[in-house]
Design a protein around this ligand. Structure first.
Ligand code: CP
Length: 640
């Protein structure tokens, strides 16, 4: 693997200062052209997916800089069609060119190729992950038109889940201090991992905002406001407080929108395009509104039918100019990267955090089925960034290739060959294992035991609720929910996966019995890779995704402790739609809150110490297990 190459894989590879440097070079692109700064260099374009703008503007840029271009007209006519790996292709083409410009359909594929190439590599779009050179064009356009990026209010609209241009763009806008309003098509909201990166790396937070002013012109979408200043923490409230809502409405109604960035539906990344429902559109109505008279309309293109040709003739429709900037920006980028390489200066990678690689041939897997590590493991070295402080003190792994995050289930110590389920009480122990290089992570008990690890002991278990008490607590919560519910048509019972959704199903079943009518029930996955909110019980594909707008939601979990899991679930809910209210039901409240959430319905209060664990065992989750709630201490692995 070449570790001394100046590549551009993620927008995080460039600092703000370097981006400004590239803009300055783009302003002087005619000079670069005259000086033929890339004379004698060869660029190879390897596009595994179609492209007009990115490919041709890179090729045009290289030729204008005096360099030459080699290419496969279609990667299906290359040896990729015979099954050649991305690793081998990168290695081989490195002998023919000085820089590889790669577009691939797998998330993280360009990172994998960069690890095997002997020359510089530029990401021209990897799956639904990132498209950093498009972001340079977008920022350059905004800066040219609006002067500076800081403080701009940018609306991003459409398929925010699969749009790679969007992901790179929101990170960059956050870094330059712009505010972002998201208007996602239903079911196509920004992925959780993007929001977490915004929150963790850029201190951004999100809140739902009134959509009325935008919905007049952009249909079929709900708005979220992402801001660096944390002026509102709506997601921390279990009732949508009307004062906060009014404040938000006023704040956003007064917003000046500097740009609306429209994107097409990324059909190529969807399993069932027909079931995806309506999609927002921008057209003549938008142009007529006085409040948008200075709002630029941007689009990375190609467009399909989400952006009307009527906007083409309007001064605000600047997407063709944005595409034209592709040449000066990519000329500047190529020259910048060649210079960095010549001076043997690595560009600063944003991925400098502590890494975990399994000490065994098997270990945790990225849960993203579109990740290169899943589709071509032979071309990757499976490794993850270790992040602590997820919900309920969870230990989180971030895939180095595709950025997706997931919760660590089981940890082990390589020297003692013992394993246990990860728990917040193990945080310090795990830190010491990381330091000594003794940490192993497993997806399952089966994986740990196949590697001949044995379980650590826990302290004696004490039953605190039996089956009858669990049943009675759920019935009591159901009755309270029924009493409080003033509109049954809006009611949605939403369980936090896994035990929370099992309890939610029991509550919904009891409500159905009492009311003699159907109750909608769904589940929310706090650490998912995409479809974090799913309908459960009724498997009717025609029903489409669950609608959250204006619903009266009861969010259900088995145990509440720090409140972080609930906060994350609330973030996911508010990101996916604007409910009328969210109330919280938990079977057990342990106390020790870090986040100010207060459950509305509690089965039993069980104050417990930090080092203790409370485990709810439900029949549906653990076949043959006795249904009960137990409390026990973790015997520290160092003592066990
Ligand atoms: N904006 C963009 O990436 O366009 P192409 O798919 O045509 O390269």
């Amino acid at each position: 693997m070449n570790v001394t190459t100046a590549n551009l894989v993620s927008i995080a590879d460039l600092s703000n200062g370097e981006i400004e440097e590239i803009f300055a070079l783009a302003d002087a692109s005619e000079k670069l052209r005259k000086e033929k700064v890339a004379s004698g260099k060869i660029m190879a374009t390897l596009f595994y997916e179609p492209s007009t703008r990115t490919r041709l503007s890179f090729e045009s840029s290289m030729q204008r800089l005096g360099g030459t271009v080699i290419s496969c007209s279609d990667m299906q006519s290359s040896s990729a069609a015979k099954g050649e790996s991305v690793a081998d292709t990168a290695k081989v083409v490195s002998s023919y060119a000085d820089v590889l410009v790669v577009r691939h359909y797998w998330d993280g594929a360009v990172q994998a190729m960069a690890e095997h190439a002997d020359v510089q590599v530029i990401n021209a779009g990897d799956g639904g992950h990132e498209h950093p050179s498009q972001t340079l064009c977008d920022l350059y356009t905004l800066r040219k038109e609006k002067g500076e990026l800081k403080g701009l209010n940018v609306v991003i609209c459409g398929d925010l889940k699969n749009g790679r241009t969007i992901h790179s763009l929101v990170y960059a806008l956050a870094r330059f201090g712009a505010n972002v309003v998201t208007l996602a098509a239903n079911g196509m909201e920004l992925p959780q991992y993007v929001l977490e990166r915004l929150e963790r790396d850029h201190l951004y937070t999100l809140a739902p905002v009134a959509r009325d002013d935008l919905s007049a012109v952009v249909t079929e979408s709900d708005a979220l406001y992402l801001s660096p200043k944390r002026p509102h923490q709506l997601a921390l409230f279990t009732e949508v407080d009307s004062t906060i809502q009014t404040r938000l409405t006023n704040m956003v109604s007064g917003l000046r929108y500097d740009a609306l960035y429209m994107t097409r539906k990324q059909k190529e990344r969807m399993k069932n395009v027909a079931a995806e429902g309506n999609y927002p559109t921008v057209g003549a109505k938008f142009l007529k509104q006085k409040r948008f008279e200075d709002t630029l309309v941007m689009h990375p293109l190609p467009r399909v039918d989400e952006l009307s040709p009527e906007v083409d003739k309007d001064r605000r429709g600047i997407y063709f100019k944005q595409a034209a900037y592709g040449v000066p920006i990519r000329m500047a980028l190529l020259h910048f990267l060649f210079e960095k390489q010549r001076q043997k200066k690595m560009i600063k990678s944003g991925k400098g955090a502590a890494m975990f690689a399994s000490p065994h041939p098997v270990g945790p897997h990225c849960p993203n089925v579109k990740c290169v590590t899943i589709n071509e493991p032979g071309s990757t070295r499976l490794r993850f960034e270790l992040l602590s402080g997820g919900p309920a003190g969870a230990l989180i792994l971030r895939c180095f290739y595709c950025d997706n995050r997931f919760k660590v289930q089981f940890v082990g110590q390589t020297t003692s060959k013992k394993y246990c389920a990860y728990d917040i009480t193990l945080a310090d122990t795990v830190k010491s294992w990381v330091k000594k290089g003794e940490l192993a992570i497993f997806d399952s008990i089966k994986q740990a035991e196949e590697l001949r690890y044995e379980p650590y002991k826990s302290g004696p278990q004490r039953a605190i609720m039996d089956e009858a008490e669990i049943h009675s607590a759920i019935s009591q919560m159901t009755e309270q929910i029924l009493q409080d519910c003033d509109d049954n048509d809006r009611l949605l019972i939403l369980g936090i996966k896994t035990n929370g959704s099992l309890i939610a199903q029991r509550i919904a079943a009891q409500l159905e019995q009492l009311q003699k009518r159907n109750v909608e029930v769904g589940e929310v996955e706090v650490y998912g890779t995409g479809d974090e909110i799913r309908r459960i019980v009724r498997e009717d594909p025609d029903l489409g995704p669950i609608q959250l707008r204006d619903r009266s939601i009861v969010l259900v979990d088995d145990v509440i402790h720090t409140g972080r899991t609930v906060k994350n679930a609330l973030n996911t809910v508010f990101r996916s739609g604007r409910p009328r209210s969210v109330r919280l039901a938990v079977l057990i409240d342990r106390g020790h809150r870090e986040v100010p959430v207060k459950p509305n319905y509690v089965g039993k209060h069980i104050p417990s110490a930090e080092h203790e664990r409370v485990r709810v065992q439900l029949r549906e989750a653990e076949a043959d297990a006795k249904e009960n709630v137990v409390i026990y201490s973790i015997i520290s692995p160092s003592e066990g």
